[in-house]
Structures are given as structure tokens and as C-alpha cells.
Design a protein around this ligand. Structure first.
Ligand code: ATP
Ligand code: MG
Ligand code: MG
Length: 403
């Protein structure tokens, strides 16, 4: 590929960075990552070009900027002030999506305020809270349970606390390090009685064009994405008009991305109620776990489209090219299990090798730890029933009843 497109710098060397590097390399684009693990990190093993250091460290970011024309990221918890400074001192460098978008998204409360202000994005009730009284007022207005969320640095449910009733308010605040002067900033969300969670990955090209991937059904386990299924309409509640829900989910996801500057891929998480109402949950300005299925099920996967978008190339088709698809995350199990933490991943991987339409995507992490994402398996089939059957083979009895 033309030298003018690269190298592409990536902040973070985890699995998302690794899959971005793999996609870039397929296109002939060189990549450089920044990660404390350097070339031993999941992405570093692929690109072999790395700045050793944290993506929060301004010096490491400066070193990366000196080697790249475009910088993107695999994680949103970045030092935005440092990024802004680097953008100013390197006028030829493009950061995509831009720091202004990161600033909005990093604060989950600011994210919701912004998306409320643009209109067209249905969002459940939410409110800033500072202390026990504030949370009690939310409970009085909305009822319990309700959700307390840290404004910043949250992922995989770490940063959320369910407030069951009036008596659990203090404990929930304390669990997030909030409710005292100088503590973490939190806000409250009204409980959404969702029937299922949906997600849509949306790509935006440098000319502003949006392309949405199919709607997926995501199932979380311990607040972490566990399985995704596409099409997302299996076992719907009676009376739900799926065509309308699907169109609305795609519309909302695109409205969210339209409200955030920059090019690249964004992952939009949504709730669907039993009545078929779609509500926004959160957006990530990057490739997303709910889009891993696209590697084996769509014409051009989310990683390649992110690379294309941030480098100013035309987007590839987001079309589903199989009847149905599912993705199963491989996470480390308990350390005291027979075979250790890794055993939890080995069993589904061995089973995947016996299935004709399953592919393993391993991240190359040094060791397994409980709940650490180690890899994923994508399965494709002619129908949702086919892929669910395959997921049950892979996952044994663990699969949530939600499917
Ligand atoms: P991620 O790893 O996706 O960034 P996160 O830590 O930012 O996750 P959220 O997406 O805010 O956390 O919430 C995690 C999960 O908690 C959701 O996927 C959903 O299952 C549940 N949840 C979040 N908000 C609510 C709500 N208001 N009502 C009910 N359940 C909720
Ligand atoms: Mg999040
Ligand atoms: Mg989430």
C-alpha cells in the first residue's frame, strides 16, 4: 500500500490493538504501538514495532507521534491533555477519533448529557449525585434498584454498583470510592428493565459517511460481554416487531456516532425492553467486543474498517455474508480450578477444533487470570439455531438462559 497511508500508531497493545495490527498488515500498512509490554504485548507480538511505555505517559505518546502520521487507540482511558498537547506540537499528525471526542466519551455522565443535547437518542433517566441524600432522592423518584456509575475509568462493569434499596446506598457509594470529599465522581441511572442488550458497530469514513454493521444481541456475564449473536431476534417477546426494533437500533447507533466528531469505528451499546423500546447505554470510540463476529461474518470486518476509516480510505461493506453468527469470549477461570485459570479456555478451544464453522482468535497474553479476556471463538452458520447449537457445544452448560 502507498507509503502515504502509514505508519499507523496505536495507543494500547492489547487484543484490540493486535487485531487492528493484523488488519492493517493485510492492507500493507505498517503499525507502531505503545504499551508497557512493548513487543511482548498482544499487539507488539504482531507488529514488532513498539514504544515501551504507558499510553498515559506524555513522553511515550511523543515518541509514538514522532514515528507516525496517524494515531488511533484501542482504549478510551487515555491522557487527553497529553494527546491535545501532542496534536498542537505536531500539526501534521492526525489523531482519530480526535481528543475532543475522547473527552466527551471518557466521562460517562458527560457522554449522556451530550447525547441528550443533540436529540434523537433515547436515554433512560440519569442524574449526577454527590452523596447519600442525592442517591436517596433518585430512589424516591425512580424506585429501586438503581445503578450507580463512576463517571470515569469504568470497564467490564468495574465502576458500577447496583443499589438494591435505601439501606444499600452507603455501601454502594463506598464500593465506588464515592460519597466523601475528594472521592470518585459518580452519577445515578434509573434501572432499565431490559429484555436483552443489543449493540451496533458503526464506522465513519473521512468524508463523513456512516456505515452500520448488523445489530447483535449481546449477553453479559458478571457485567462482561460473554456471547454475541447475529441476527439478534431469537426468542423475542410476544408482540415485538423485530424489523422496527432493528431499524431503530441502527438509527439510534448512527445518531450517536453522528454526534461525535472523528473517523473510525464506534461500538454503541443499547438496551431493548420487553415492549421493544430501544434505549442508549454507552458508546466506545473504538473497535468493540460486540464487533468481533465481523471477522468471520461480514464482508469487511470492524478492524479493517477502522484502519481504512482513520487512514482516509474508502470503507468496506459491513454486510453480513453468512446466515448467522455468534461469538464466544474465552476468559480465564478460577486459579484453583484443575488445570489452573487457563483450563477454562482450553475446553471450548478443543471443542472448536472439532466444529466445521468455528474459528479461534487467540490474543497471546502471557498468562490467564480470572475474568481476563484471553481470546474468542467465532462461529458461523445458516441460521441462529445453527450457531446457538454450536455455542452450546463450545460452552457446555454455562450459556446464559438469555439465549
Ligand atoms: P464496558 O466494559 O462495556 O465498557 P462498563 O463498565 O462501562 O462496560 P456499562 O456498560 O455501563 O459498564 O454497564 C455494564 C452492564 O451493566 C450493562 O451491559 C448492563 O448489563 C448493566 N447495566 C448498565 N446500566 C444499567 C441500567 N441503567 N439498568 C440496568 N442494567 C444496567
Ligand atoms: Mg464502558
Ligand atoms: Mg458497557
Amino acid at each position: 500500500m502507498d507509503e502515504s497511508y502509514g505508519p499507523l500508531g496505536i495507543l494500547g497493545g492489547g487484543q484490540l490493538g493486535r487485531m487492528l495490527c493484523l488488519a492493517a498488515h493485510r492492507l500493507g500498512i505498517k503499525t507502531v504501538i505503545v504499551d508497557p509490554g512493548g513487543i511482548e504485548s498482544p499487539a507488539g507480538q504482531v507488529t514488532r514495532a513498539a514504544v515501551h511505555g504507558s499510553f498515559k505517559d506524555p513522553e511515550a505518546l511523543e515518541q509514538l507521534a514522532a514515528r507516525c502520521k496517524v494515531v488511533t487507540y484501542e482504549i478510551e482511558h487515555i491522557n487527553v491533555d497529553a494527546l491535545d498537547k501532542i496534536a498542537k506540537s505536531n500539526p501534521a499528525l492526525r489523531i482519530e477519533p480526535p481528543p475532543s471526542t475522547l473527552r466527551i466519551i471518557q466521562d460517562k455522565y458527560a457522554q449522556k448529557v451530550h447525547l441528550t443535547s443533540v436529540g434523537g437518542v433515547p436515554i433512560g433517566d440519569f442524574r449526577p449525585v454527590e452523596d447519600e441524600e442525592g442517591v436517596l432522592r433518585c430512589g424516591a423518584d425512580w424506585g429501586f434498584p438503581l445503578m450507580l456509575k463512576a463517571k470515569r475509568n469504568a470497564y467490564d462493569g468495574r465502576g458500577n454498583a447496583v443499589v438494591k434499596d435505601r439501606a444499600s446506598v452507603r455501601e454502594a457509594l463506598e464500593s465506588l470510592g464515592a460519597g466523601r470529599p475528594g472521592g470518585a465522581e459518580v452519577y445515578a441511572e434509573r434501572w432499565v428493565p431490559f429484555e436483552r442488550e443489543l449493540a451496533v458497530v458503526v464506522a465513519r469514513s473521512s468524508d463523513g459517511g456512516l456505515a452500520a454493521y448488523p445489530v447483535v444481541h449481546t449477553v453479559q456475564k458478571l457485567s462482561m460481554c460473554h456471547t454475541t449473536v447475529t441476527p439478534a431476534n431469537s426468542a423475542l417477546p410476544a408482540g415485538v416487531n423485530w424489523a422496527a426494533v432493528e431499524a431503530e437500533a441502527s438509527r439510534v447507533a448512527q445518531a450517536v456516532v453522528a454526534a461525535l466528531p472523528g473517523c473510525g469505528v464506534f461500538g454503541v451499546e443499547l438496551f431493548m425492553t420487553a415492549a421493544g423500546q430501544v434505549l442508549f447505554n454507552e458508546v466506545a470510540p473504538r473497535v468493540h467486543n460486540s464487533g468481533h463476529y465481523t471477522q468471520d461474518a461480514c464482508a469487511c470486518d470492524q478492524f479493517e474498517n477502522h484502519v481504512r476509516a482513520v487512514l482516509g480510505m474508502p470503507l468496506g461493506s459491513t454486510e453480513l455474508v453468512v446466515g448467522a453468527s455468534a461469538m464466544l469470549n474465552l476468559v480465564g477461570g478460577p486459579v484453583d480450578a484443575p488445570g489452573g485459570s487457563m483450563a477454562h479456555c482450553s475446553r471450548p478451544m478443543e471443542r472448536a477444533l472439532t466444529l466445521p464453522r468455528a474459528s479461534i482468535h487467540w490474543y497471546g497474553k502471557a498468562e490467564a487470570k480470572p475474568q481476563r479476556k484471553m481470546g474468542h471463538i467465532n462461529v458461523t452458520g445458516d441460521s441462529v439455531a445453527d450457531v446457538l447449537r454450536a455455542v452450546r457445544v463450545l460452552d457446555g452448560d454455562e450459556l446464559s438462559d438469555a439465549l
